[in-house]
Design a protein around this ligand. Structure first.
Ligand SMILES: NC(=O)c1ccc[n+]([C@@H]2O[C@H](COP(=O)([O-])OP(=O)(O)OC[C@H]3O[C@@H](n4cnc5c(N)ncnc54)[C@H](O)[C@@H]3O)[C@@H](O)[C@H]2O)c1
Length: 269
């Protein structure tokens, strides 16, 4: 069901070839936005565009590496040229190839950290840098960047990822403060565990059970859960919301750490 909340808007979504970014592209197009589906993975971007067009939506694919500023500049220019401007920017691109090497700070490998930060953090910097002048020329715009619960509740591993995602919050608040008076809103979605192609194989069966045990919700998250939160932040209903971190974690970060143990003691499994 659509209520046309983004009718007339043009949107650029990175990481839109998979998972949360793809779900966001689908929902934004359903809500009337014209969407540039950007991803390093050309086939992923093409699949999202095909799905949107099959539903009667408007979308164009674009293959770009968000860690390469020149490519990002080309991507933003493409969006502006194709749809006559840019109103909405959504950043979901994330480098998952780093996961096995992103361990123990005492053994930090500069190349691994650079690979993580250059996509997950600098990708957000570059897209904002090149999108903002166009948005400002139109009198405003909305940016949403993907952080993660891990940005302030880190796991035992993945320090570079946690650092990148914490950085995304600082960056987004900075943009909100710097450009808010000129009509720019910049917010953050911070997902908890969401089942997506990006998290496939990331957790063992036992670890998935532990994750489920630590949810206040009766299930793990789905890409749509985050995409719908992002829709709200990009919509006119969120006009007075700026520099906000919207946690989408099924309540995982809402309770005291002993709750699962108490549940077990009460025989609730
Ligand atoms: N899934 C989760 O549990 C979860 C939890 C917290 C935060 N997040 C964040 O949400 C966002 C989306 O997560 P997801 O699970 O849908 O991820 P995903 O891995 O399914 O999708 C990420 C997309 O980014 C693309 N990408 C990778 N490197 C790129 C680059 N250099 N340039 C352009 N595109 C690139 C990939 O090709 C892929 O299509 C990410 O920023 C992630 O960190 C996800």
């Amino acid at each position: 069901m659509s209520s046309g909340r983004l009718t007339g808007r043009s949107a650029l979504i990175t990481g839109a070839g998979s998972g949360i970014g793809a779900a966001t592209a689908d929902i934004f197009a359903r809500e009337g936005a014209r969407v540039v589906v950007a991803d390093l993975d050309k086939a992923g971007a093409a699949a999202t565009v095909e799905r949107i067009r099959d539903e009667g939506g408007v979308a164009e694919p674009y293959a770009a590496d968000v860690s390469d500023e020149a490519e990002v500049e080309g991507l933003v220019e493409f969006a502006v040229r194709t749809f006559g401007g840019l109103d909405v920017l959504q950043n979901y691109a994330s480098n998952r190839t780093v996961v096995p090497e992103d361990v123990a700070v005492a053994g930090a490998d500069a190349a691994v950290w650079t690979r993580q930060l250059s996509v997950d953090l600098m990708g957000c910097v570059f897209t904002a840098k090149h999108a903002l002048p166009h948005m400002l020329r139109r009198g405003g715009g909305s940016i949403t960047n993907a952080s993660s619960l891990v940005g302030w509740l880190p796991l035992e591993s993945r320090p570079a990822y946690a650092t990148a995602k914490a950085g995304v919050i600082g960056l987004s608040k900075s943009i909100a403060v710097e450009y808010g008076r000129q009509g720019i809103r910049c917010n953050v979605v911070a997902p908890g565990p969401i089942v997506s192609p990006g998290t496939e194989g990331m957790y063992t069966a036992e670890q998935t059970e532990v994750l489920a045990e630590h949810m206040a919700a009766p299930r793990l998250g789905r890409p749509d859960d985050v995409a719908l939160a992002a829709l709200f932040l990009a919509s006119p209903e969120a006009a007075f919301i700026n520099g906000h971190v919207l946690v989408v974690d099924g309540g995982m970060s809402a309770y005291a750490p002993m709750v699962p143990s108490f549940r077990r003691l009460a025989g609730e499994g």
